[in-house]
Design a protein around this ligand. Structure first.
Ligand SMILES: [Zn+2]
Length: 73
């Protein structure tokens, strides 16, 4: 899976927040949700699963099915 955009919209304050690099931890203005991980992984910090809408853009990849060599983990 390739992450093009790592972003969510908070339903409480309406903020759209985006994490643009790996250690970019962004919180919305009301503090109910946050994104992290940039284009490396999708990480969310949430007070409630109901408080956000995921607006991320990802591309599913066939390569993901390929086994990862043990020494690359
Ligand atoms: Zn908010």
């Amino acid at each position: 899976m390739k992450i093009i955009k790592n972003a969510i919209r908070c339903k409480i304050c309406g903020d759209e927040i985006e994490s643009t690099y790996r250690h970019d931890y962004v919180t919305c203005s009301c503090g109910a949700c946050a994104v992290d991980g940039g284009h490396n992984y999708l990480r969310r910090s949430l007070k409630s699963l109901d408080c956000f809408e995921d607006i991320s853009v990802v591309i599913p990849s066939e390569e993901e099915k390929a086994p990862v060599p043990e020494d690359r983990k």
